[in-house]
Design a protein around this ligand. Structure first.
Ligand SMILES: Cc1cc2nc3c(=O)[nH]c(=O)nc-3n(C[C@H](O)[C@H](O)[C@H](O)COP(=O)(O)O)c2cc1C
Ligand code: SF4
Length: 440
């Protein structure tokens, strides 16, 4: 076996997966407007289970209708959602793959608010500085209600027969909005020093453990370094790796079984998913956000201008860092967290698509496993290719981020035409997710 560590099983306290590659979270508008699940989501997930990953971590799954960031994402906010998640879990399990559901709440970071809750909730009442998404600061009663919603989401995932849950504590969504020194401006017990900012997520973990017990897998995705000033230098920098290692130690003590390391205080962010900013493609979908935020029309016009868009693209890609650093760019943060938490596994996300680099990251002790999103969109069978001794796919992901900027409006898939023999073949592949159409 060429990559013995990559293909060795990984044991978490309450879960074992067959190898060290997890499909990372990839959100897409597969479902019905009201958040009831639909067959294309099952078809999408099965592609990766078939391709050989040890586990799939779902996309953003709202635990409360007010936590939705776009319509057509399947939710887990009520018991009538359980049969859908059960059917999805069974379809994935049929390929010897585990399924971890990402419990999520968007807070103020909402691309297209749904008709039921026009105003977002957050730790703060300040608009987000890039798009101007508006929100109100949560009351103590709303915090309590949301903590319960996360715990109920975990209970439903367990009842659906899924293998675990992940808290979406990264990338600028509600949990980040509490954790972040760059966003949280509260003066009550949920704001101020780190211990107060971490109170919300710690209460969620404690509530989940009280609801589902100790023997159900629970992991936390965190933006280890926030780079909150990456695009807007007047903003505070946000949490550092030292803040995050402390948070991860608290979470481990509260009963979290693994840490999933990401970065960036918003989504998307120059460092996540790290790649290009395809402004030509972004223009085709950003229009659907224009009414969502106070600054979105300004941004749209900026993206339309030749000079302004070139300047913005340049700024974005400078903030990302050199292209050759994309693969494994979160390794230093993962290593710091692994050293700090000791006993629980650490999963690192960001750019991985070369078997030798993954093997090296694990052997050197930077992480215990990697999670992969875009390179698996590009090559659903990446892990099977590794097993056949192909260390890097012949037609790799180019990190062009066209999948990302299409996601708010169009079906998920690889949109880099240069990777396909023709545009027709690319479209056929993207639309393949609509067949079969079995789930009612
Ligand atoms: C289209 C798209 C959708 C994503 N959706 C989510 C999501 O719902 N939840 C999440 O935590 N991360 C999400 N991510 C981030 C990925 O899970 C991953 O951590 C990131 O893209 C870096 O990994 P990669 O370089 O392998 O793509 C998304 C990324 C992309 C490209
Ligand atoms: S569009 Fe395709 S090649 Fe470009 S980043 Fe997404 S998966 Fe990779």
């Amino acid at each position: 076996m060429l990559y013995p560590t990559l293909f060795s099983p990984l044991k978490f306290p309450a879960l074992e997966i067959k190898n060290r590659v997890l499909r990372s979270n990839i959100a897409g508008r597969f479902d019905n407007y009201d958040g009831s699940g639909a067959q294309p989501r099952i078809n999408w997930e099965v592609k990766f289970a078939r391709g050989g990953v040890g586990a799939i971590i779902s996309s953003f799954v709202p635990v409360h209708p007010r936590g939705r960031i776009l319509p057509n994402y399947a939710t887990i906010h009520s018991d009538d959602r359980i049969p859908f998640w059960k059917a999805l879990g069974e379809a994935v399990h049929a390929h010897d793959c585990k399924y971890i559901l990402q419990l999520s709440h968007g807070g103020r970071q909402r691309d297209i608010p749904t008709i039921d809750y026009p105003l977002g909730l957050s730790s703060t009442a300040k608009k987000d500085p890039l798009h101007g998404f508006e929100c109100e600061a949560m009351t103590l009663a709303q915090i309590k209600e949301t903590v319960t919603a996360f715990a109920e989401g975990a209970r439903r995932a367990r009842e659906a027969g899924l293998d675990g849950v992940e808290l979406h504590g990264a990338n600028g969504y509600l949990i980040t909005q509490f954790l972040s020194s760059g966003i949280n401006d509260r003066d009550d017990e949920y704001g101020g020093v780190l211990a107060n900012r971490a109170r919300f997520v710690r209460e969620i973990v404690q509530a989940i453990r009280a609801r589902v017990g100790r023997d159900f897998h629970l992991q936390m995705k965190i933006s280890a370094t926030e780079y909150n000033d990456a695009l807007l230098p007047d903003e505070p920098p946000g949490n550092t790796i030292d803040d995050s290692t402390q948070v991860c130690q608290w979470l481990r003590d509260d009963g979290v079984d693994a840490i999933h390391v990401s970065s960036g205080s918003a989504f998307p962010h120059p460092r996540n998913p790290a790649g290009d900013l395809p402004v030509d493609e972004l223009l085709k979908t950003y229009d659907s956000l224009i009414s969502s935020g106070a600054l979105t029309l300004r941004n749209y016009l900026l993206f339309r201008g030749k000079i302004t868009s070139a300047l913005f693209k340049n700024r974005w890609e400078m903030a990302r860092g050199p292209r050759e650093h994309i693969e494994g760019l979160n390794r230093p943060d993962a290593r710091a967290i692994k050293n700090a938490v000791g006993t629980i596994p650490v999963i690192c996300t960001g750019g991985f698509q070369t078997a030798a680099i993954i093997e090296d990251a694990i052997v050197r002790g930077d992480c215990d496993a990697v999670s992969i999103a875009r390179p698996l969109i590009a090559n659903n069978d990446l892990v099977q290719q590794f097993a056949r001794g192909i260390g890097r796919p012949a037609n790799p992901c180019t990190y062009c981020n066209r999948c990302l900027v299409n996601a708010p409006e169009n079906p998920l898939g690889c949109y880099d035409e240069s990777r396909f023999p023709s545009r027709d073949v690319m479209i056929q592949e993207i639309l393949s997710v609509y067949t079969p159409q079995a789930f009612q």
